[in-house]
Design a binder for this molecule. Structure first.
Ligand code: 1Q0
Length: 215
């Protein structure tokens, strides 16, 4: 019961943080973006230890961004927009090959940004799924359409294997603990447009700055 209460809080928190990500002027607050990811990682950790290699990488990237936020130049990291401008203007980003700035905010956030697209596709499938839909299949389809294109063979292999360990749809919905399948659908329906918007704003910003392929 305690664990479920915890999760309920987490999922609500995740949705709320993505809601609070965007400013009036459609800027993305890094603090809330990172908090959203923290919530997702907590949720993933509850799905079992097969996913720990994934959550380790996510946690590592979250930490890099938090360190920037809390660092002496933290003021420049309030929004993703200000971060991109600051790091590019100050030449703090490796643009073509890995070198002096393996932990730039721009390249680190790009990895999470690509994963957000996977999340969007996966949740959309979940939202429109039926009782006999297979979560592993939905997860791999979403992955193959998005994140996998940026991953080396060995990572794709490991991810593909982990997906088969996903719990079934019913368990998944139980673990979310938002109520009946209809209520889960409603919660997903509320959250998805917000997640899509955060994704799109970031995608446009990265495209305008020509930094969608940072090494
Ligand atoms: C639920 C199952 C989770 C499936 C997550 C799919 C993503 C698979 C990614 C597998 C690769 C992870 C290993 C490391 C990869 C890195 O090489 C890669 C590139 O970084 P770099 O530094 O080497 O250039 N890193 C990444 O691509 C970042 C991957 C972050 C993945 C974070 C996934 C967090 C997932 C949360 C689960 C949410 C469950 C949804 C239900 C929520 C309901 C509201």
């Amino acid at each position: 019961a305690v664990a479920l209460e915890d999760l309920k809080f987490t999922l609500q928190e995740v949705l709320d943080t993505f809601k609070s990500c965007l400013s009036e002027h459609k800027e993305v607050f890094l603090e809330h973006y990172v908090a959203g990811w923290r919530g997702l990682v907590r949720f993933m950790n509850c799905l079992g230890s097969v996913f720990s290699f994934i959550s380790k990488d996510a946690v590592n990237k979250i930490q890099i961004l938090v360190n920037h936020l809390n660092g002496e130049n933290g003021d420049h990291y309030i929004t993703v927009q200000s971060m991109v401008k600051y790091e590019l203007d100050s030449q703090l980003v490796d643009l073509t090959k890995r070198g002096s700035f393996p932990e730039s905010g721009c390249r680190t956030l790009l990895r999470l940004h690509r994963a957000l697209r996977w999340l969007e596709l996966f949740l959309e499938r979940l939202r429109t799924s039926t009782e006999d839909s297979n979560t592993s299949v939905m997860c791999s389809e979403a992955y193959n359409e998005s994140l996998s294109q940026h991953h080396a063979w060995i990572i794709r292999k490991a991810a593909g294997t982990a997906f088969w360990a996903l719990p079934g749809r019913a368990t998944f919905f139980d673990v979310m603990n938002v109520g009946s399948p209809e209520q889960v659908m409603a919660v997903l329906g509320d959250a998805l447009p917000l997640i899509s918007e955060v994704y799109q704003v970031t995608e446009d910003l990265y495209a305008q700055n020509n930094i969608l392929e940072l090494p």
